[in-house]
Design a protein around this ligand. Structure first.
Ligand code: C5P
Length: 249
């Protein structure tokens, strides 16, 4: 029996975006990546890590591209997307209100991150279970960071020490996550990830170092990059060596 099966695990996958920044005819979750839609890759990775989890897939009610054959989970449901990502996630949480316990873990993972590694997923889940708050996969910032002056010039260089890129999944207990998103909405806060809503409650989500190849497909060039990453991951030995999360110069 796997380590996580003792308690219920819900996966929320927001996939109701239109992907306008991609400038493609299709929403990015349906673009072809190594012969399959992005969405199918992402769900396959999640299923490999958590085969017994229950999935909530947020889809635009008018979505004409979705095919349930891409869903490998035995227990799953479709929930309607909202105006923003945070609204889609909140609707998904509402759709399981009658079944989820406040203590159940919920991992939220963007459909646009198909390269997430199975061992990062299981490591994240194991780390969260030791944490009273929850947390997220993240990578330390490697580049030198510039703040612009609003006119295309550099205002100053931001110290990168202690800065992280937030990735997904982000995982929190069901009750806490609902409360955090509701409070954020009440205060009109702009929320682009679950962790920031939890931070606004005065709590400190755990940063779980992940791999840099867990990219989010956002711009057209990202699709080719994701293809290269998947190909490189296929070439790796099955038990990959420990991941790197040191800051690079
Ligand atoms: O557009 P962006 O890449 O920031 O979207 C992040 C994720 O949120 C994507 O997986 C997208 O499908 C999803 N999303 C959603 N509902 C929205 C907007 C975005 O489920 N209204």
């Amino acid at each position: 029996m796997s380590e996580y099966s003792a308690e219920r695990l819900w996966l929320v996958v927001p996939a109701a975006g239109r992907g306008r920044r991609m400038g493609a005819g299709l929403p990015k979750q349906y673009l072809d990546l190594a012969g399959r839609p992005v969405l199918a890759h992402t769900l396959a990775r999640l299923h490999q890590a958590f085969p017994a989890a229950r999935l909530c897939l947020c889809l635009d009610p008018d979505d004409a591209h979705f095919d349930s054959a891409w869903v490998p989970f035995a227990q799953w449901r479709r929930s309607p997307g909202g105006a923003e990502r945070v609204d889609s996630v909140r609707l998904a949480l509402a759709s399981i209100a009658n079944e989820a316990d406040d203590d159940d873990w919920v991992l939220v993972h963007d459909v646009a991150r198909p390269c997430v590694r199975v061992d990062d997923l299981t490591r994240l889940h194991a780390a969260l279970r030791q944490d009273p708050v929850g947390g997220l996969l993240a990578t330390p910032v490697a580049d030198t960071m510039k703040r612009d002056d609003g006119q295309g010039g550099v205002a100053h260089t931001e110290p990168r020490s202690g800065l992280w890129h937030a990735q997904t999944p982000q995982g929190f207990r069901y009750g806490l996550l609902c409360r955090a998103l509701d409070e954020a909405r009440m205060h009109g806060a702009a929320i682009t990830d679950e962790a920031s809503a939890v931070e606004a409650l005065g709590l400190s989500p755990r940063l779980v170092p992940g791999r840099r190849d867990n990219i989010k497909i956002t711009h057209p060039e990202d699709l080719a990059l994701a293809g290269h990453i998947l190909a490189a991951q296929r070439e790796e030995p099955l038990s990959s060596p420990g991941h790197m999360h040191e800051e690079t110069p």
